[in-house]
Design a protein around this ligand. Structure first.
Ligand code: MG
Ligand code: MG
Length: 252
């Protein structure tokens, strides 16, 4: 069932989204060579709890941490551990929070120090593709119009869209209907309506689109070993168009 949220509910989702946006904003200063991923996770958990919220991923289907941290060829769902970030890596950080029964979900990919030009381009195109997907999220359009915009843009640069993982509705659960693929033909699936809240999250590979799951049961990585980037926003669909709820008011 696709849920239509009241103004009050959208405000509650927005509050949780602000917490995740501020968490990633806070972490940005620490994403640099020599920092351990576990340290980032601890800082995020402390920050979220200080806002009277709880980390939404921790315990979700048994996931053990606050953040998903995915380095280079890891696409999403990397488990924080004591690995140390190194110059030249790119690192996707995905964060969820729940407060007063409502969820927010947001992800960004960061450079660790100076990174190769092709990785920078991958991040830039992935971020822009998220923005193009968001632009398509207007009442009267269809779910697949979002993915169609993303895929068309991304493939024009020779990058590829991961198929196995998708965006989703969000609200009183972290993952709700509908699924929001990052690819597809236009005008398919549910019609978008005012009051729907969705998380759009392109996962874009530098090389081939295929991915595999590590033996830890969580980490998704590219089959060809090339880098992948991930950006995600939670948005509300309004009569005035899409409203990004997970944008940090402090710093974009
Ligand atoms: Mg996420
Ligand atoms: Mg998500």
């Amino acid at each position: 069932m696709v849920r239509i949220r009241t103004k009050r509910e959208v405000d509650l989702i927005a509050t949780s989204c602000q917490i995740v946006a501020d968490t990633l904003n806070m972490l940005a200063d620490y994403v640099k060579p020599g920092v351990s991923i576990l340290e980032l996770d601890r800082k995020a958990e402390k920050f979220i709890c200080s806002k009277d919220a709880r980390p939404a991923f921790k315990g979700y289907m048994g996931f053990p941490a606050t953040l998903c941290v995915s380095v280079d060829d890891e696409v999403v769902h990397g488990i924080p551990n004591d690995r140390i970030l190194k110059e030249g890596q790119i690192v996707g950080i995905d964060c969820g929070a729940e407060k007063d029964g409502y969820f927010g979900d947001h992800a960004k990919t960061f450079s660790v120090g100076n990174t190769a030009e092709e990785k920078q381009k991958l991040m830039e195109v992935t971020h822009k593709s998220l923005m193009m997907g968001i632009e398509a999220a207007v009442p009267g359009n269809y779910v697949s119009d979002i993915g169609h915009s993303i895929q068309t843009y991304v493939e024009s640069f020779g990058f590829s869209v991961v198929r196995e993982l998708v965006g989703h509705g969000i609200g009183t659960e972290l993952h709700e209907e509908p699924q929001i693929p990052n690819y597809g033909k236009p005008k398919q699936g549910y019609m978008l309506r005012e009051g729907m809240c969705i998380a759009i999250e392109p996962m874009i590979n530098l090389g081939h689109k295929d991915v595999k799951t590590d033996s830890d049961g969580w980490t998704i990585r590219t089959v060809d070993g090339q880098a992948s980037a991930h950006f995600e926003h939670t948005i509300a669909i309004t009569s005035n168009g899409p409203k990004i709820l997970s944008q940090s008011v402090k710093n974009g």
